[in-house]
Design a protein around this ligand. Structure first.
Ligand code: BGC
Length: 772
């Protein structure tokens, strides 16, 4: 746990330079715009500890799988988001000495990430070995208004000398992934071009043959006056740049503006990439830094209008929730249905930038409420488009007749996770994908999604479950053997309660969805079912499984058993684990973890969270009280589910405690792993803890419901959400709840089960005394 980020409502601030914190800060101060992103590496040379990271969405490398013992069905590769060309670089030389914060004496160092405007600013003073002192101010952003564009303004002022200043802005494609399995470089050179103040480089990924063209335009100013200097071209292995040499006097400020474009063959024909990059550079250069900055500020302001959460009375909580929202929008903007949300977004290499069930289970609720409907719809369409691959994945494992198994980890629909207990067994992910379809329709009311896309996916998933269960003549029930639930600290278990429940729920929902589509359009339904070779008997098979599925339970304690035999384990509790032995995934052997009763993350409780309407409060309480004390929360996805359930159980203190575990997870480097990148997908869970937990927001029968409480640590909190064409601002204070309708359309909302009509542009206020 670190505590060096200064509290501020809109800014993330680091003061003073500590090289030991540099990799953590590189993650925290990351920038992105949904299409590209980068760690907060310095512009100038840095020979200290750093993890260089520049990423282009959708551009990946299939790194050949490396495992100890090959098993049939393993994926051939693990897809990796590539460390792409570094476009931020500017080498700074003062006379003949390179500016490098690892060797200079650094003072007044300050980094500020302005989340309201989406801008990173860094200032410092550096005394070089020669005794020369310079002051630097660097501003940069990845434009969210034009997501192919990045902008840097780098100002340097000699403070105690006059002399020669050499600036070499560059684009360096000779980069590596730290996590490369065979220590290979993933890029090949295609072409480059340097003309005056412009430089371009086109690189191609090995195997996947994606091409990315990165170009830059440089402008120089002295005390705000434009300079016309003819640079010298610099060309190295996969590297282009220019050298600008100038004589400077003490106190003269030299500013270099670097405008960058990054275009990929995902969006343009390969033979037009260079031309298109040039035209983006021409367009953006003619706009200039100030206009681009204004566009950036305005675009972010609009995002915040739709999504902000305001917390009064707790600056560090305010900063944290905005940081979570900010990073989610930096990662995914929903413009492109081929893109998704890696657990670390664009902030590091871990998890390969690939798609996990995190998207459906955690991120979809966030985007549903805070962004236009197309954004979450595009997340669903992403999986729709990968249905063919999911059917192939299932076929590789021996399933047939259109059964679909979505991958645990993927870039393009192919499975690329290669631990057998996850790849083959952690199949609950299939259910989360079906649940997201249900969740999307429940929230938006857009039932047409089913006939256009959803039903096909649901049928593929239901077919998989049907083939994955088997009849146990011993139990006279259907059972599901050899699975891993969300709790990855148990593998190859039989009858994971959550997975069995999801399986039957999927079959039931697929049946209902088929009925809805049949009612919407009998012709469309008939032609779709025909194209899927669907036999009406499949409904009957599903119904039989739904009726006769086995769910492990313990009648004595009244709890759902996480899996068969869970109670055979020695029932020790997390509170009895010495602090020195935690986290157990770092301190214990895997074998010991597997035999222990300790639970990595919500498992039975994940099911109770998804399907809470099917269980009474006492059942939820019993299970919560049993499982939470056994849960080590060693996945950042865990605390939010516990927070929401605790809030539902009116355990406000614990709801807040669980919320705290992820709210500042990265800002305070809680788990000592922020340097690998940020926990982007669990950030959506933090948002859920506030909106679904503290405000108790749910959708029931097409209407929003709130069941709020105010954490005692806060004076009030409010949030903005979009719901079926209306934007509501909900404020919870110690006196009660206020809901303001910012649109012309009337809407009905429920507060603690009492319905209220909320006219367009009106507000309602219900105080605590009225809330029974
Ligand atoms: C969790 C998974 C999650 C993955 C990526 C793992 O530690 O157990 O549930 O999908 O991280 O966030």
């Amino acid at each position: 746990m670190k505590n060096y980020i200064k509290a501020d409502e809109w800014n993330i601030i680091e003061e003073g330079f500590d090289p030991h914190l540099n990799k953590i800060s590189e993650s925290i101060f990351s920038l992105g715009n949904g299409r590209m992103g980068q760690r907060a590496n310095f512009e100038e040379t840095y020979t200290g500890e750093t993890l260089p990271g520049n990423y282009v969405a959708g551009v990946y490398y299939p790194d050949k799988t490396r495992v100890g013992w090959w098993k049939n069905g393993y994926p051939e590769y693990f897809a990796k988001v590539l460390n792409a060309a570094n476009w931020v670089g500017i080498e700074v030389k003062i006379d003949d000495e390179v500016l490098d914060l690892a060797t200079a004496d650094v003072s007044d160092f300050k980094r500020v990430l302005n989340m309201h405007a989406g801008i990173l600013e860094r200032t410092f003073t550096a005394k070089l070995k020669s005794g020369k002192i310079v002051k630097v101010k660097a501003i940069r952003f990845c434009s969210i208004a034009d997501d192919e564009v990045g902008v840097i303004s780098y100002s340097i002022t000699p403070l105690n000398f006059g002399g020669k200043l050499t600036l070499m802005p560059f684009i360096d494609g000779d980069v590596k992934n730290q996590d490369s399995n065979y220590d290979e470089k993933f890029w090949d050179m295609v072409a480059d071009e340097i003309t005056g103040t412009e430089a371009y480089i086109k690189l191609r990924t090995k195997k996947t043959e994606f091409e990315v063209c990165t170009g830059s335009n440089i402008k120089l100013y002295k005390n705000n006056e434009k300079l016309n200097i003819n640079p010298e071209a610099v060309r190295k292995e996969k590297f282009v740049g220019q050298t600008f040499s100038l004589d400077v006097k003490a106190k003269e400020e030299i500013t270099l503006i670097k405008i960058v474009a990054n275009l990929s063959s995902e969006n343009y024909p390969k033979d037009e990439l260079l031309k298109k990059t040039k035209s983006v550079i021409a367009k953006t250069t003619s706009k200039g830094f100030d206009v681009l900055l204004k566009e950036q500020t305005e675009a972010w302001a609009t995002k915040w209008e739709e999504s902000d959460i305001i917390i009064e009375g707790d600056v560090s909580a305010q900063q944290a929730i905005r940081f979570n929202i900010f990073q989610l929008f930096q990662t995914y903007t929903g413009k492109d249905d081929r893109l998704n949300i890696g657990p670390k977004g664009f902030t590091g290499e871990k998890y390969g930038g690939s798609t996990y069930w995190d998207t459906e289970a955690y991120c979809v609720p966030f985007y549903l409420a805070t962004a236009p409907q197309e954004v979450s719809k595009n997340l669903l369409i992403y999986r729709y488009k990968q249905l063919g691959k999911a059917i192939e994945n299932a076929a590789k494992l021996g399933f047939k007749d259109g059964a679909a198994l979505y991958p645990m980890v993927t870039m393009n629909g192919e499975e690329c996770h290669n631990e057998w207990e996850i790849t083959f067994e952690e199949i609950h992910r299939n259910g989360a994908i079906a649940f997201a379809i249900y969740n999307y329709i429940r929230y938006t009311g857009d039932e047409s999604y089913l006939s256009d896309f959803g039903l096909e996916v649901l049928i593929g998933i239901a077919r998989f479950w049907k083939q994955r269960v088997n009849w146990s003549s011993d139990k006279q029930k259907y059972v599901m053997l050899g699975v891993t639930g969300p709790n990855e600290y148990e593998n190859n278990v039989n009858n994971n309660w959550y997975t069995n429940l999801l399986a039957t729920w999927c079959m039931r929902y697929a049946t209902e969805a088929a009925e809805i589509v049949q009612n919407q359009s009998p012709e469309k339904s008939a032609s779709l079912l025909k194209s899927l070779n669907f036999d009406a008997k499949e409904f009957a098979d599903w119904a039989d499984i739904i009726e006769k599925m086995y769910y492990p339970e313990d009648t004595e304690t009244g709890i759902f058993l996480q899996q068969d035999g869970y109670l055979d384990k020695e029932q020790t509790l997390v509170k009895d684990l010495p602090a020195s032995e935690r986290p157990i995934n770092q301190k214990w052997s895997w074998d010991r973890i597997l035999r222990s009763p300790f639970i990595k993350q919500a498992d039975v409780l994940q099911g109770l969270y998804f399907f809470e309407e099917d269980y009474d409060l006492e059942t939820i309480r019993r299970n919560f009280d049993f499982y939470e004390p056994r849960t080590v929360h060693e996945s950042s996805l865990s605390p939010c589910v516990h927070s929401i359930l605790a809030a539902k159980l009116n355990d406000e203190a614990r709801a807040y405690e669980f919320y705290l575990r992820t709210a500042r997870l990265d800002l305070d480097d809680y788990n000592n792993d922020t340097e690998d990148g940020l926990h982007i997908t669990s950030m959506a869970g933090t948002w859920m803890s506030v909106v679904e937990g503290f405000a108790g927001m749910r959708v029931r029968d097409g209407k929003l419901q709130f069941n709020p409480f105010l954490p005692t640590q806060w004076k009030s909190f409010s949030f903005t959400i979009g719901f079926r064409g209306v934007t509501l601002k909900v404020t919870i204070t110690e006196n009660g709840i206020n809901i303001k309708n910012n649109n012309d359309v009337d809407v009905e909302v429920a507060i603690k089960n009492q319905f209220y009509k909320l006219k367009g542009n009106a507000e309602i206020e219900v105080n605590n005394a009225e809330l029974v």
